[in-house]
Structure formats: C-alpha cells, structure tokens
Design a protein around this ligand. Structure first.
Ligand SMILES: [Zn+2]
Ligand SMILES: [Zn+2]
Length: 175
C-alpha cells in the first residue's frame, strides 16, 4: 500500500489495514508470521515531512531455542516515527534532526510505502532469541528429555556420581 503524499489532506489520516500474511515479505531464519498483520496508525504531515504513530499486530510461529517445540505467540509493537524526504547527497552535512525524540527515517518524498514500514517495524521488534517462555528449562543435553516435564534420570546419575567421588575422596582423607 502506497500513500501519495501530494494527496494528503491537512488533517491527520487514520488508517486501519489488515495485510494477508503473504503480502508482508517477512523472511526470518527462526520465525514465520502465523496471522494476518493488522496495522493501525495516524499519519500527519507538514509538507513532505511525515509523522506516523501507530501499532502493528500479528502472531509469530517459531521453534523454542531451548526445548525445540513449535509455538505461536501474539506479537505487537508500537511506533512513533518521523519520515523525511531523502536528502540529496550534497545536502547531507546540513541535515539536522528536526524531531530529536523520535526515530527518523527517509522516504522518496513522493510515495509513502506502508508495507515497508510495517515490515521494518516487525523486524525491529523481533526478539533476539525465541523461547517459549522465559523460564523454559530446555532439553537435557545428554538424553534429550524435555526438562519442563520433570527432571530426567541423567540428573540423578550425575548427583550420584558426584556423591561417589566425594565419598572416594573422604575415604582417602580418612586413611
Ligand atoms: Zn521452550
Ligand atoms: Zn537426561
């Protein structure tokens, strides 16, 4: 979806749009979108300087990096962005940030690409690591058992062997 900046009215433009999954070109090694992507935002402008405030909501499906189970989780992100027409190279040094407290991005000054903004916001808000929950215990590195479902036998053996080493040691000391 493109918004032609020349057509913008003086009053804020409110947009609600739901993209089918396939329309957002999201490619990620560890995650896929699992629900249509809904965006809700208000676009204001001063000539060709744009300001966009809104949200993106969808769901992502991923494999937990600890327990390897597949999960689908709601995903939402909010943004307050400022888009300025792409400055020409020669003007580069004179660019001053006009909205210091906001993120500034550039566009061609003619068409505002909504799909691209939505995609970038999703990518920016993606977690670095995918875990099904903060305290996921993961899999036992020895037997592969899911430790969320209880301790496996390895844990017990490990303590046993540590204990026997300790007993061995005690025997030696006692001699
Ligand atoms: Zn997990
Ligand atoms: Zn185990």
């Amino acid at each position: 979806m493109f918004i032609e900046v020349e057509d913008l009215k003086p009053e804020p433009l409110h947009i609600h749009h739901v993209f089918p999954i396939a329309e957002i070109k999201f490619f990620h090694e560890d995650a896929v979108l699992s629900e249509p992507v809904a965006t809700d935002f208000v676009l204001m402008h001063k000539d060709r300087d744009l300001r966009v405030d809104g949200t993106v909501e969808t769901a992502i499906r991923f494999k937990c990096s600890r327990c390897a189970k597949e999960f689908s989780q709601p995903f939402a992100t909010g943004f307050n962005l400022s888009y300025l027409p792409q400055p020409k190279w020669t003007e580069n040094e004179e660019i001053e940030l006009r909205y210091e407290d906001m993120e500034v991005a550039y566009y061609d000054g003619v068409f505002f690409d909504v799909d691209l903004m939505v995609l970038e916001q999703i990518e920016l808000a993606m977690p670095m690591k995918f875990v099904c929950r903060e305290d996921c215990k993961g899999l036992c590195y020895k037997c592969g058992a899911d430790l969320n479902e209880g301790a496996c036998l390895c844990k017990k053996e490990e303590t046993d062997s540590r204990l026997s080493v300790l007993l061995e040691f005690k025997k030696k000391v006692d001699k």
